[in-house]
Structures are given as C-alpha cells and as structure tokens.
Ligand binder design. Structure first.
Ligand code: FES
Length: 128
C-alpha cells in the first residue's frame, strides 16, 4: 500500500487525537473528493433560492447573481440538502446559512459554508 503524505498526517492525528481527529480527517478528504465542480443551467437556479447538485450548493440571491458553496456543513460534516427562500438548510441539526455568502444564520454551526467559485458560462453556472 502506498501511503501519501496526507494519509500519514491523518493516521498520526488519529493516533494522537483519537476518534474525533480521525473523523475530522475523513471529512476533509470527503470534501476534497467533492471539489470536482459542477455545471448547472442558470434557469434551474431559482431567483431568491437555489439548488443542491453534485456536491455543491448554487444560489441566486439576486437576479443574475450566482453563488456557490460546498455542501459540507461545518458543524459535523453532513451534506446540506435544502435551499429555501430564507436559507440553505442542514438536515442533521438544523443549521442554516445565508444564500448570499453562506454565513451562519442559525446554529449549531459556528462557521459558514465553504465558498466555491461560480462563473456564468453562456446558459450555465460553472462551479469550480
Ligand atoms: S452537521 Fe449540519 S447542523 Fe450539524
């Protein structure tokens, strides 16, 4: 088995910090796996709302303005799965995040969603 530097760091963290550290490490790797990006039609993203697709959240807080975030909730790593007119919602413990910048609007999360780059390319929003 080939051990990458990242794997070695995770194993070390687990042996020193226990299960919590291992869990955090695994979450980081999961998040990195989801970073491949996504392409969605601008017409699929409702104004004043958004959608979740391919590991990212794409919102349109104002007409023609698109934002994107990683789906991973910073509280304990669940995937946010709902976008309402008011917020991006995590199903696990109810944290909510702002459509415009991913900031926490309701805990228990204490940090906002990780922003992604959203670029309009013709009729699509490309998330990278
Ligand atoms: S994991 Fe999202 S609120 Fe706990």
């Amino acid at each position: 088995m080939t051990t990458t530097r990242r794997t070695a760091i995770c194993l070390t963290a687990a042996s020193v910090g226990g299960v919590g550290a291992l869990s955090a490490c695994a979450s980081t790797q999961d998040s990195e796996k989801k970073s491949a990006g996504a392409r969605v039609a601008t017409s699929d993203v409702p104004e004043g709302g958004g959608l979740v697709r391919d590991g990212v959240v794409v919102t349109q807080p104002r007409p023609g303005e698109f934002k994107a975030f990683d789906v991973r909730c910073p509280h304990q790593g669940c995937a946010v799965d709902q976008v309402t007119a008011e917020a991006i919602v995590c199903p696990c413990h109810g944290s909510q995040f702002a459509l415009a910048d991913g900031a926490v609007t309701q805990g228990p999360a204490t940090e906002g969603l990780t922003p992604r780059t959203a670029t309009v390319d013709g009729a699509d929003v490309v998330v990278s």
